[in-house]
Design a protein around this ligand. Structure first.
Ligand code: PLP
Length: 495
């Protein structure tokens, strides 16, 4: 320990060509040492170069970027002085964040938590989920009711899930191109429980796992609670960096990799088929369990809903792919119904873990889920239309109130991953909370604390007028004349 913090060296190495490929064209065209240092710092803060990664040797990077050795030495010196890298003789130079650089306001995603004292209901932009479609739950409940007396005469414990529901979920996988038997399905209380069950079964404290960066905040929390060491696969506006993903997987040989290939949360990106194949091949080669989170896969707004990633694997990925999903985004988060698809033997093992925590899922929720799944293909298009309209409304509100922010419109999913242009999202989220807007600041989605400070995740799951009100309040918090505290100590070489 030094200064109360653990001194950590590098977990893995980044090649000179890999780093060069991430640098912007203008830096490569005229690689001055300040520009080079600035670009590497941005990559670190953006999560595109993870923390504790050994950077290439100076001579190799100089060669790869067509700069002099002195330029790279100067850039590394600047990064070292400002705390973004550390070096030790014999261990090389690895990425870090400056001392004291810590995120603030860790509880933003826990939600608005009710009205303020003056009765203002506020605007909750922290949750990327919608209310249930009008009338749908009452209809489903009415259709489920006749089944209840028969089930009520039994003890009601179904640790694997109601047999009918397992069949319906399996059939849906089969129709989507991934042949599945009911024995391969465990019904869970949502996708989050599905993920924690998989992690409890497969991982032990200290194991290495890999996630995308950024990724779903509650999945990261689950990994932290399980005391796992998390490596990362960068997802930027350009999508997945599969070259770095492959080398990270090969170097760290993680026990488990967790991905959201279908309208990734928070970016909304959709993984191209060729990258899916590479991910499958690499995780198979490294003996890594690939956990595919399909919770958002049906929220396909501009493209057809993708086939399950596991359908591209030999034998449906039986030996190393686990797929999780739920009804939370297609129907309602208050209905706690999700699932795990895996090999039948693993499903039995997962069920034993489940029983140790909660015995069985709610039979009532599962009965309601049956008619909802039955009507899904009929009902979902209206929800997707509503989301497209709200997505456009959010874009218009952003253009009107905060034209200096930038964003890409994703082909599906529930939110925009907005670039604020400066690393102030934690401070903005705190100021916005005082104005009644609750929002997911970028750092909540980062593997490494303190990254993604220039991003906000803004869902388009509220009606247009509420979205506009939320963005109007966010904009006035952003523009209110008092500078927002940057979560990042400005490097001293920047004027
Ligand atoms: C990617 C992803 N996985 C899992 C979940 C959790 O879903 P559930 O409500 O089914 O537990 C969410 C909810 O936001 C999500 O976006």
């Amino acid at each position: 320990m030094a200064n109360g913090r653990v001194v950590q060296t590098a977990d893995r190495t980044m090649g000179s060509r890999q780093l060069a490929a991430l640098l912007p064209a203008d830096v490569l065209a005229r690689p001055g040492y300040r520009a080079l240092a600035d670009a590497v710092r941005t990559l670190i803060l953006d999560g595109r170069v993870a923390l504790h990664v050994r950077l290439p040797a100076e001579r190799e990077l100089a060669e790869a970027v067509g700069a002099s050795r002195a330029t790279v030495t100067g850039a590394y010196d600047l990064l070292r002085e400002s705390g973004y890298v550390r070096s030790r003789r014999g261990s090389g130079t690895w990425t870090e964040l400056p001392d004291g650089h810590r995120p603030v306001g860790a509880h933003a995603l826990l939600g608005a938590g009710g009205h303020s004292a003056d009765g203002d209901p506020g605007v909750d932009l922290a949750i990327a989920a919608m209310g249930a479609p009008e009338g749908s739950l009452a209809d489903a409940l009415a259709r489920a009711a006749p089944r209840l007396p028969g089930l009520a005469r039994t003890p009601g414990y179904h640790p694997f899930g109601l047999p009918d529901l397992r069949s319906v979920v399996a059939d849906r996988f089969t129709r989507r191109g991934l042949p599945t038997r009911p024995e391969q399905i465990l019904v869970t209380a949502g996708a989050q429980q599905a993920f924690t069950l998989v992690v409890s079964l497969l991982c032990r404290p200290g194991d290495r796992v890999v996630t995308e960066n950024p990724t779903y905040a509650n999945a990261l929390d689950a990994l932290r609670h399980a005391r796992l060491r998390t490596g990362s696969i960068a997802v930027s506006d350009a999508g997945w960096d599969m070259g770095i993903a492959e080398s990270t997987l090969r170097q760290t040989v993680p026990r488990l990799a967790y991905v959201i290939p279908d309208f990734h949360n928070p970016t909304g990106a959709l993984m191209p088929p060729e990258q899916r194949l590479r991910l499958l091949a690499t995780t198979r080669a490294t003996g890594t369990w690939l956990v595919v989170d399909e919770t958002i896969a049906d929220i396909a707004l501009d493209v057809p809903a993708p086939a399950p990633l596991a359908s591209l694997a030999p034998r449906g990925g039986a030996d190393h792919v686990i797929t999780i999903g739920s009804l939370s985004k297609t129907h309602w988060g208050g209905l706690r119904v999700g699932w795990i698809r895996a090999g039948a033997k693993m499903i039995t093992e997962l069920t034993a873990v489940r029983v140790s925590a909660d015995m069985t899922g709610s039979v009532l929720d599962q009965l309601v889920a049956l008619p909802l799944l039955d009507g899904m293909d009929r009902e979902l298009p209206a929800r997707l239309t509503q989301l497209r309209i709200q997505r456009e409304a959010l874009v218009q509100s952003l253009r009107r109130h905060t034209p200096e922010w930038s964003w890409q419109v994703p082909p599906g999913g529930l939110s925009l991953w907005v670039d604020l242009g400066e690393p102030v999202s934690s401070a903005l989220a705190e100021r916005a909370a005082a104005a009644g807007v609750h929002i997911g600041r970028g750092a909540r989605f980062g593997v490494d604390p303190g990254t993604f400070e220039h991003r906000l995740r803004i869902p388009y799951t509220l009606p247009a007028d509420r979205l506009d009100e939320g963005i109007r309040r966010l904009a006035s918090a952003f523009h209110d004349g008092v500078p927002l505290a940057s979560a990042v100590e400005r490097p001293h070489w920047v004027a």
